[in-house]
Design a protein around this ligand. Structure first.
Ligand code: SAM
Length: 241
């Protein structure tokens, strides 16, 4: 999968490729991240990328042309790869794991990062397929949002995680519950013991305990995720215990 990030600070997002799961996925040839600076596609001595908003008011607005030229250059760099253009925006659809899974199936994402007051609306209307938000708060730029999206999508690429099973057990996966709690050595610690069932070697009991913990946590922390219709009879018993 290929990510082309349009940003006034492309090195910011490129950093992602140097670390952790995203870095490893890059080394394994599962993805690549390319930064594109609209300033490189701007005209004139000052290579201007923004201007004042019509109608007055504070702040600046990103110009159409440098962004359009950057998008054209990206398409030209790999013309045969199907492409989705995403604008990171607080006004977009809120990113969730279902959306992440959907995006993980794309061959290439062009991620447009805004700055200032945002981008001239005409560019968005003409070039952007989808606007995505990472939450109901306002960042000063789209780079962190692009980094969040890339990280979440990258770890779902086949072969990115050492154990593909682990992604399936994460929160929001499968039937959408929160993950169960995890413990590791030592067994005894001044902060408390490891739940005995996890040391029992009884896989059926362990699976039951984990399911119960997932249900309980989801019930307490994120009841909005619990769709009653998806609970089995056994789940209802676990929740009642
Ligand atoms: N005036 C815009 C508004 O209120 O909708 C906010 C502009 S914001 C200061 C600058 C840029 O940060 C945006 O163009 C967008 O790319 C990015 N951004 C800010 N908040 C975001 C969020 N919650 N999710 C994704 N991108 C965000």
């Amino acid at each position: 999968m290929r990510f082309d990030v349009i940003s006034l600070f492309p090195e910011f997002v490129a950093q992602l490729a140097a670390h952790g799961v995203v870095g490893r996925a890059g080394e394994r040839g599962l993805l690549s991240i390319h930064g594109w600076n609209p300033r490189d596609h701007a005209e004139g001595n000052y290579r201007r990328v923004d201007d004042r908003p019509f109608g007055g008011g504070p702040g600046m607005v990103m110009l159409i042309e440098p962004l359009r030229a950057a998008i054209r250059a990206i398409r030209a760099a790999a013309p045969d790869v199907p492409t989705k253009v995403v604008y990171l925006s607080p006004q977009g659809r809120r990113l969730d794991q279902r959306k992440v899974r959907e995006l993980a199936g794309e061959a290439r994402l062009i991620l447009l990062c805004g700055r200032y007051e945002g981008v001239d609306e005409r560019l968005l209307q003409a070039e952007v397929d989808e606007e995505i938000s990472i939450g109901d708060y306002v960042l000063s730029g789209g780079e962190l949002a692009a980094a969040v999206l890339i990280d979440a999508v990258a770890r779902l690429q086949d072969g990115a995680l050492n154990d593909a099973e682990s992604a399936l057990q994460d929160s929001f996966e499968g039937d959408g519950l929160l993950d169960c709690p995890h413990y590791t050595r030592p067994v005894e610690h001044e902060l408390g013991p490891v739940p005995e069932v996890l040391l029992s070697g009884n896989h059926a009991q362990i699976a039951r305990w984990r399911r119960q913990q997932s249900l309980g946590r989801t019930w307490l922390r994120r009841p909005d995720l619990l769709d009653e219709s998806m609970l089995s009879k056994a789940d209802r018993v676990l929740l009642d215990e």
